[in-house]
Design a protein around this ligand. Structure first.
Ligand SMILES: Cc1ncc(COP(=O)(O)O)c(C=O)c1O
Ligand SMILES: N[C@@H](CCCC[NH3+])C(=O)O
Length: 479
């Protein structure tokens, strides 16, 4: 997403109050000591009021905290929709699948549909969300390296447009499921193109040594193509590759595209068949701190279409319809996590810990990937002097860090609200109940109004799954 693609950055948001509000990166009149919001890190409609309070979607976060409590995910709906539209524009003749694993709920599935994007689901659970809002089945794509027979049956029964097969066992299973349902299921074969993405090893999926897909170099991909073609109940429509996530350069995408076109040419040569589709997955990185410099979606689109076009021309192939599957780049920047500060603990000569009322149960990425985040005081301007603190959560775990080395005003105190930007992707979707902490709500804000799209979990929710000993009688397994 480029600055210019994003109409709300630096300009008043539609419906957002402007009197008394400061624009992103704008001046700070009125004597406020609040530093401007860093560009690219905050949702498009984020503004600072004169008193230093953050507004998103035209709503003050102190009011959000009063109404919905903390921690809470605050999602800028206009930004989400604008990002969907930017992807659709950039990849105009392609299929853009929003990767629901980044964050999915019914409202989001609706927005994705309304903005004309398709949807990538990777479990029966994500499929159930899509189904519950009647997401058009033909625009769904189903991923996963170990889909169960029940999930395959559910997908086929709903009429999911494409299923990406990931193992030989799954080809057999899906062929049987489709035959049993009396349909010919469209499939893509997931290929491991042997590309090392420059990202954290846990989110790198293009290299040979990993659990996803069929190896291109080792010949498994070619064999998978052959087996799908031999299954009467399956229709092979294309190939798929996804090299990893949080990627900042186009070289890996370009190399993967090059190799995948090579495989399309081999399929043509071997089977006299030109596959009509090539899906190059997701993975475009976003800024979590001002050190990160993400690629523009338009540049990625241009690069990928150019590489595929050139390679196809060289191989004498018709250009296939491209697919892409952005998750993080659509939802990541749209959301901030709002926390309340509970304690400030100074360890002289060591560090200052600022504890908030969430932590690794709503953001596991810091502990899991050593991810870097920033945060800011958002309920008042704070003192001009800043000190660098470690923002930690409330969990029974020393590694429960929300953000390392965050500069906060040195008068930060209990009761303050702090916000962590860029927390829309893989936060709520990876949230847990560790320590029996209830998962935060997601509040959508737009045009000065806020509404719950995922409510806060309650202790009652936790106990509902936990069977009362009084009801367990007779359920014991016989010795
Ligand atoms: C197959 C596939 N497609 C799309 C995505 C979305 O990736 P990202 O959120 O980095 O765009 C992922 C996650 O890495 C994935 O595994
Ligand atoms: N969950 C990861 C990305 C993996 C995406 C799924 N293949 C993250 O938070 O960055």
């Amino acid at each position: 997403m480029s600055e210019t693609d994003n109409p709300a950055v630096g300009a008043p948001a539609a419906g957002a109050p402007t009197a008394g509000a400061l624009t992103v990166g704008g001046p700070t009149p009125g004597g406020s000591s609040a530093a401007a919001l860093e560009e690219n890190l905050w949702p498009a409609t984020a503004r600072l009021d004169r008193d230093g309070v953050l507004r998103v979607g035209g709503v003050r976060v102190d009011e959000l905290a009063a109404e919905f409590g903390t921690p809470a995910f605050v999602l800028d709906e206009a930004d989400f929709r604008a990002r969907c539209a930017a992807w659709r524009r950039a990849f105009s003749d392609c299929d853009v699948y929003y990767a629901g694993k980044a964050f999915l709920c019914r409202a989001v599935a609706r927005w994705v549909d309304e903005e004309g994007l398709n949807l990538d689901v990777c479990t029966g659970g994500e499929l159930a969300v899509a189904r519950s809002v009647g997401f058009p089945a033909g625009r769904l794509l189903f991923h996963g390296n170990n889909k169960s027979v029940a999930e395959l049956r559910a997908a086929v029964a709903y009429g999911v447009g494409r299923i990406v097969v990931d193992s030989f066992a799954e080809i057999d299973r899906l062929a049987a499921v489709a035959a049993e349902a009396g349909v010919r299921q469209r499939v893509l074969v997931r290929v491991t193109p042997g590309v090392e993405a420059h990202t954290h090893s846990y989110v790198s999926t293009g290299q040979e040594d990993q659990k996803f897909g069929f190896s291109l170099a080792g010949g498994a991909a070619a064999e998978a193509v052959e087996r799908v073609l031999a299954a009467g109940s399956l229709e092979l429509v294309g190939l798929h590759a996804h090299i990893g996530s949080q990627i900042f350069d186009t070289a890996g995408f370009g190399l993967a595209a090059h190799r995948m076109v090579g495989l399309l040419a081999r399929v043509r040569d071997t089977h006299d068949l030109e596959l009509p589709e090539l899906d190059l997955g997701g993975g475009l990185g976003i800024a979590y701190t001002s050190e990160d410099a993400p690629l523009e979606v338009a540049d990625v689109a241009e690069r990928l279409t150019a590489v595929v076009g050139k390679e196809c021309a060289a191989a004498g192939l018709a250009v296939p319809r491209l697919g892409v599957e952005p998750g993080r780049a659509v939802v990541g920047p749209t959301t901030v996590t709002l926390y309340e500060v509970g304690t400030v603990k100074e360890l002289p000569g060591l560090r200052t810990f600022v504890s908030v009322d969430g932590g690794m149960s709503d953001n596991i990425r810091t502990a899991l990937y050593d991810a870097r985040y920033t945060a800011r005081l958002v309920s008042r301007a704070g003192s001009a002097a800043a000190h660098v603190v470690t923002l930690v959560g409330r969990h029974c775990e020393s590694g429960d860090v929300v953000a390392h080395d965050v500069p906060l005003p040195d008068d930060v105190r209990p009761g303050d609200l702090v916000a962590v930007p860029a927390s829309g992707a893989y936060h709520r979707s990876m949230a847990s109940n560790y320590n029996h902490v209830t998962r935060p709500p997601v509040v959508a804000v737009r045009d000065g109004a806020a509404r719950l799209i995922v409510r806060r979990e309650t202790e009652e929710d936790l106990l509902r799954l936990d069977i009362d000993p009084a009801d367990q009688a007779g359920a014991a397994v016989a010795p």
